[in-house]
Design a protein around this ligand. Structure first.
Ligand code: GAL
Length: 386
């Protein structure tokens, strides 16, 4: 008996380990390694999720190990899931190409890919932040690709600086030559930026577009939301009916507010947005905003983060160590949204972690409370009856 006990204990432990590995996940554990169906940490950074015919598809930047992984060496990865906890690697949806001078040449910077489905054309449309190879973050473009199948392959169409020669609908005085905007640059730089000095500078060549997201409204209209004007002002643009190009209809939001990493959702007829400040890969305090109309006016509602991430001791002052990426509507649960954040690890980007947390609506604000482990049953209590 005395010798049997340890043997049984070891066998039990071995079985437990084997089962743990194969067992499907039933909860979210923010910030931890998140294995896919092959047991490999999910590689879909700066991502977005599309729900299509009973399945969620998570698109994101496919990183490789080491600093080289901060540029696109592979492309956009895609994973599928029916329960949001367990994800199957579906491969590379959009591949970078080796042709010299191509917009999405290997080594370009391709970030924050988002995919939407166009019910009329039956096509899947991907937009992403694109920086041409060898130019750092100077080109500030947005790119578009299209596919017949949700997991791809996506065909690259073009990249651009949008709205060349077009003023936003709320340009106001920015559309006219003005001493405040063009003349007082050195005297009051921040003020002239807020008034539209970069907007005027880029009027002919097209507006800058860096961190971006997409949003499809209930009426099927799709919007491109991006950090423009040297990341100082957000632009929200109505896309064409086929989602493949820009219309001339766009607005400036929070001029001079310096927002990036935009994520948007709609709940009970109101639009909610989470953004970050401008500190690159390093975390900063998140911001939130609410609007009755997606094109504004938007009202600032402060820092949405609540609580502390015990793994790194970071709370609202650093968004738990993460940066906003997407607000994911949970299908079939009205009022249920998952706020997705990336924890960037630029020294080894492939190890970047994901912080997914339930969004809560309190007093007309969107808030995000840290939880070490949670599952979708949270939504039976949070926002229930909203
Ligand atoms: C962040 C941005 C990321 C990436 C990074 C590069 O602010 O949100 O998507 O562009 O800067 O430093």
């Amino acid at each position: 008996m005395q010798t049997m006990f340890p043997v049984i204990a070891i066998l039990t432990l071995m079985t437990a380990c084997a089962t743990t590995h194969a067992q499907p996940a039933t909860s979210f554990t923010p910030g931890k390694v998140w294995p896919d169906d092959k047991g490999v940490h999910i590689n879909a950074h700066g991502g977005g999720v599309l729900y299509h015919e009973g399945t969620y598809y998570w698109f994101g930047e496919h990183k490789i190990a080491g600093r080289t992984g901060n540029s696109a060496q592979v492309g956009v990865g895609v994973y599928s899931s029916t329960d949001l906890y367990n994800w199957k690697n579906e491969g590379i949806a959009l591949k970078v190409v080796d042709e010299q001078g191509h917009d999405i040449q290997r080594g370009c910077i391709l970030e924050r890919p988002k995919v939407i489905y166009n019910k009329t054309t039956g096509k899947f449309v991907m937009w992403f932040h694109l920086e041409l190879k060898g130019q750092g973050y100077a080109s500030a473009r947005t790119g578009v690709a299209v596919a017949d199948n949700v997991t791809g392959p996506y065909t690259f169409i073009e990249s651009m600086r949008p709205h060349a020669g077009v003023w936003p609908v709320n340009a106001g005085d920015a559309a006219k030559p003005s001493k405040d905007i063009d003349g007082t640059w050195a005297a009051d730089r921040e003020r002239s930026i807020a008034l539209g000095s970069y907007l005027r500078r880029d009027f002919e060549g097209g507006q800058m577009s860096r961190d971006m997201t997409l949003f499809v409204d209930d009426d099927g209209k799709a919007y491109h939301i991006t950090s423009s004007e040297e990341n100082r002002t957000l632009h929200i643009s109505l896309l064409s009916d086929d989602y493949l190009s820009f219309t001339d209809h766009y607005v400036r939001i929070f001029p001079g507010g310096a927002n990036e990493a935009p994520a948007i959702c709609k709940h009970n007829g109101k639009y909610y947005m989470i953004t970050s400040g401008l500190t690159g890969w390093a975390p900063n305090p998140a911001r939130s905003a609410v609007a009755d109309n997606i094109l504004g006016p938007w009202k600032s509602t402060g820092n949405p983060a609540r609580g502390v991430n015990p793994a790194n001791g970071l709370g609202p002052e650093k968004t738990f160590g993460g940066q906003s990426t997407f607000l994911l509507p949970v299908h079939g649960k009205p009022g249920a949204f998952i706020a997705m954040f990336d924890v960037w690890t630029p020294q080894n980007p492939i190890d970047g972690r994901y912080i997914w947390l339930p969004a809560e609506f309190e007093d007309g604000n969107i808030i995000v409370r840290y939880r070490e482990q949670w599952d979708l049953s949270v939504f039976d209590r949070v926002n229930a009856g909203d």
